[in-house]
Design a protein around this ligand. Structure first.
Ligand SMILES: NC(=O)C1=CN([C@@H]2O[C@H](COP(=O)(O)OP(=O)(O)OC[C@H]3O[C@@H](n4cnc5c(N)ncnc54)[C@H](OP(=O)(O)O)[C@@H]3O)[C@@H](O)[C@H]2O)C=CC1
Ligand SMILES: O=C1OC[C@@H](O)[C@H](O)[C@H]1O
Length: 398
């Protein structure tokens, strides 16, 4: 389903970029360089940039210059180059988006920082926690931005979800249950199946853990009760699926919270294997003292989402949604907030925050580097608990 959603996002973004024509660009607009010709580029940055007045599509790099030229022609980049380093050597590039396979995130983010560029790096941030620590340290040393592109966290629906959990109205969080599955599954040959490129369901579908840690905010991981991987048939080091039960300690009163995190890159179909589970969108359920709170489609809430709050005492369910404004972005016309637009994707909200951060302005929402480190530490711990190797560092040159 995640792949279908992704395809739908591409289409939606395309329609939106037509319906909402390119604004006049600032003469000093930030010049974006894109590293790789990945499929996700269009949805994640290209279309968001088209509707952003302070960023232009400046340069795209591919290992194959012809591929870069095709992408540049299709999306109106000013330049196309045949090596990632050539893009980084260009003094006119201000900000860089990195969409290489996971295993190369660290290498190219580090090289971009060393070249003096601000970085928006795809999720998962790095191959492992050690790389994450080094990258965050390097960004601090260079006084540059290096942000993990966990786009969903920038959307107003995510902020409403957190506000509901932290309102105190529903009591303490007792347990969480987050899933992300692909049905139809990820095709063989995809980068997500390659161990050396830091593949695996826990890495690719790291959203399920992100939903969990976001809901629990400052809770500390106390224990991994169980972690069971279903190995990929062609490489047993790669988790086709991962079922984990984590134990967190609440930062306020130290009570324990049990969190189930389930990721699956090859979810079984139902009814004699003829119906893919199209409805099984990345989601999280949170049980509190007083309610069950369910955030449906937390990964791409701009397409569709709801937050259902079921009262344990009355059995009544209340539904909420938030496509713009909300607790962080505010309503531009009433609170002086930035508001956002209801047609903005998670990626467009993310770009808005990223550019503001680069410009040194206040941002409605941000993911500190320490968060990305903590996320990678939990992923490493899950792999270890499941008896699988932590994803390797292949970028020794960075
Ligand atoms: N935020 C989101 O919603 C999403 C994020 N992602 C993340 O984005 C990244 C890219 O994913 P996706 O778009 O599916 O990737 P693709 O497989 O479509 O593209 C990856 C690109 O990386 C480059 N590359 C460099 N080295 C290699 C290598 N050894 N093998 C393969 N490709 C290589 C290639 O570009 P070239 O040949 O031009 O150099 C390739 O086109 C991943 O980290 C993934 O987790 C993915 C999907 C959605
Ligand atoms: O980040 C992602 O979001 C969409 C998924 O289909 C994809 O596997 C993942 O990389």
């Amino acid at each position: 389903m995640a792949l279908v959603l992704q395809a739908y996002t591409f289409a939606q973004q395309y329609v939106n970029s037509c319906l909402h024509p390119t604004p006049t660009k600032s003469p000093m607009a930030l010049r974006l360089g894109v590293i790789s010709s990945a499929q996700i580029n269009a949805a994640a940055v290209i279309h968001p940039v088209e509707t952003h007045p302070d960023v232009i599509l400046y340069s795209i790099a591919s290992r194959d210059v012809q591929v870069a030229q095709q992408a540049a022609k299709k999306y109106n980049f000013r330049k196309a180059v045949g090596s990632y380093q050539e893009l980084l050597d260009d003094p006119d590039v201000d900000i860089v988006y990195i969409s290489t396979p996971n295993g190369l995130h660290y290498e190219w983010s580090a090289k971009a920082l060393r070249a003096g560029k601000h970085v928006l790096c795809e999720k998962p941030f790095t191959s492992n926690a050690e790389e994450a620590r080094k990258l965050v340290g390097l960004a601090k040393e260079k006084n540059l931005i290096c942000e993990e592109a966990f786009h969903w966290q920038f959307h107003p629906a995510a902020h409403l979800f957190r506000q509901i959990l932290e309102s105190g109205q529903y009591g303490r969080i007792l347990r969480t249950d987050a899933i992300m599955t692909a049905s139809p599954g990820v095709p063989d040959g995809d980068i997500r199946w390659q161990f050396e490129l830091a593949g695996g369901s826990m890495m690719d579908m790291t959203y399920a853990l992100s939903f969990t840690r976001y809901a629990l905010r400052d809770a500390k991981l106390k224990d991994i009760q169980t972690a069971t991987a279903r190995p990929y048939k062609q490489d047993k080091r790669v988790d086709e699926a991962m079922h984990s039960l984590l134990l967190f300690e609440d930062s306020r009163d130290s009570h324990l919270i049990q969190s189930r995190v389930y990721t699956d890159m090859s979810r079984k179909w139902i009814i004699n294997k003829i119906v893919p589970r199209m409805w099984e969108l990345p989601s999280i359920e949170v049980e509190t003292d007083k309610a069950i709170i369910y955030f449906y489609n937390a990964m791409m809430p701009h397409l569709y989402h709801y937050i259902a709050i079921s009262d344990k005492m009355t059995g009544k369910t209340e539904y909420k949604k938030q496509y713009d404004g909300g607790p962080c972005w505010g309503e531009a016309w009433t609170t002086g907030g930035k508001g956002g637009k209801s047609y903005w994707s998670t990626y467009r909200y993310q770009l808005e925050a990223f550019t503001h951060k680069v410009r040194g302005k206040d941002v409605p929402y941000w993911i500190p580097g320490e968060e990305s480190i903590a996320q990678m530490e939990v992923i490493d711990a899950i792999y270890q608990a499941a008896g699988l190797p932590v994803r390797p560092s292949i970028s020794t040159k960075a």
